[in-house]
Design a binder for this molecule. Structure first.
Ligand code: PLP
Length: 426
């Protein structure tokens, strides 16, 4: 029974476009009514009708240790009493920057912003300002937030709604956005030759989370690194999803590849609106007020957001076994689902890295956007509702990775695997 969610969705649509403040929440691709969430604790969401769900979204990443994680809640409560914003620097921002630098490689300087979108937008501007070049390469299906330049073949959200080009983004802007298929190194080499001396940056999700979970082919990221070195191109890792999720040092550390600039979001804010971009001093010193690439934010480094992020990151830094636990749980879930799908003789691919996983109904490997979109999306959508009816909340789109949180118990995972087994429409 989801009567209250249905009523709220009706009401929401009178005042909010589509009833939601971010499109993927609308359940448009899977159909049905989006659930309105009242509260959450640990691995569970509770909707407006008090139904309980095992959460595989984790607020799209941030809730890596589960919802309402006590140290974070307590820190926010204590800090709120000191006022929620000053518009002036604080010691807490210095401590947060130092903590991040102690966790991630290749960051000399880091600037805090309020979303992943802002982080990527600012990193691109910086790369352009630093190189004096306009064009950049992104990969089809990768999402880097909703700044104009990135809204070209931009993955999950747009794919879910079958949006190809975005009204409101001028051709002047999108002409500087060059795209290649993910994992297609030859196509990148070709573009680098064709636009020699014009390319400011290559931006990529090191492990993709926005067309399902997609892994870089062996040598792909290394190849990009080499091209960037040879051509004076700034290599940007968009770690908004992977940062502090794959490990304390993110994908750079896990994959042992150095980026020139890195963007963060999601986990970095502990569930508050935070993003960040950072990198080597040589590049970062071009940002205002040190340099002339302008970037600013009234609520950047907000104390409530910083204390939430600081507290969560500190937990992650001091308990590195969390990442092993998460990976073991994700492996357990993946292998359990695999056994079930084999039993039902359905064609599938499961992509998995760390605590990110996605299941695709396909008889071909899922290595890029094209192969992801050729999977059986209709089947995923049916399965989504089967699981939801049994109290299991997957991302409402076949183009999304699932994000495990460490509050999940093995009983939760078993319940999920059993729900895959009880589906009879494979
Ligand atoms: C979510 C996401 C963004 C955008 O972050 P917002 O905080 O939603 O603006 C950018 N890049 C990647 C890889 C993401 O997953």
């Amino acid at each position: 029974m989801i009567e209250k969610s249905k009523q709220l969705f009706e009401r929401a649509q009178q005042s909010i476009p589509g009833g939601v403040n971010s499109p993927v929440r609308a359940f448009k691709s899977v159909g049905g009514t989006p659930l309105f969430i009242k509260r959450a604790k640990g691995a569970y969401l509770y909707d407006a009708d008090d139904n309980q769900y095992i959460d595989y979204i984790a607020s799209w990443g941030p809730m890596i240790l589960g919802h309402a994680y006590e140290p974070v809640v307590k820190a926010i409560q204590e800090r709120a009493a000191f006022s929620t914003s000053y518009g002036a620097p604080t010691e807490l921002e210095v401590e947060t920057a130092e903590l991040i630098k102690s966790m991630v490689p290749n960051v000399d300087l880091i600037r805090m912003v309020s979303s992943g979108t802002e982080a990527c937008m600012s990193a691109l501007r910086l790369a352009r300002g630093y190189t004096g070049r306009n064009k950049f390469i992104k990969f089809v299906g990768c999402y880097h937030g909703h700044a104009d330049a990135f809204l070209v073949k931009a993955g999950s959200g747009m794919a879910t709604f079958n949006i190809q080009t975005v009204p409101g983004v001028t051709s002047g802007v999108s002409n500087d956005t060059l795209t290649c298929a993910y994992n297609d190194l030859d196509a990148v080499k070709q573009l680098a030759r064709q636009y020699k001396g014009e390319i400011a940056a290559i931006i990529t999700e090191p492990i993709v989370g926005n067309m399902g979970c997609i892994l870089p082919a062996p040598g792909f990221l290394e190849g990009l690194r080499t091209i960037c070195d040879e051509e004076g191109i700034v290599f940007i890792f968009d770690e908004v999803m992977t940062g502090f999720r794959l490990g304390a040092g993110g994908a750079q550390e896990k994959l042992r590849i150095n980026a020139d600039l890195v963007t963060y979001g999601k986990v970095i804010g502990g569930g508050m609106p935070v993003g960040a971009f950072g990198g080597k001093k040589e590049i970062m010193q071009h940002i205002a007020p040190l340099g002339s690439v302008y970037q600013a934010g009234t609520l950047s480094g907000n104390p409530i957001a910083m204390i939430a992020g600081y507290t969560l990151l500190n937990e992650l830094k001091n308990n590195p076994t969390i990442y092993e636990e998460l990976e073991t749980k994700t492996k357990y879930l993946g292998e359990g689902i695999e056994q079930v799908l084999q039993k039902h003789s359905v064609k599938y691919r499961i992509n998995r890295f760390g605590s990110m996983i996605s299941v695709h109904f396909a008889d071909h490997d899922i290595v890029d956007f094209d192969s992801a979109s050729k999977a059986n999306i209709a089947l995923f959508n049916k399965l989504f509702h089967h699981l939801l009816d049994r109290g299991i909340y997957l991302p409402p789109s076949a183009y999304e990775s699932w994000f495990l949180n460490n509050a999940l118990s093995y009983a939760d995972l078993d319940k999920t695997i059993a729900a895959f087994d009880s589906f009879d429409q494979y």
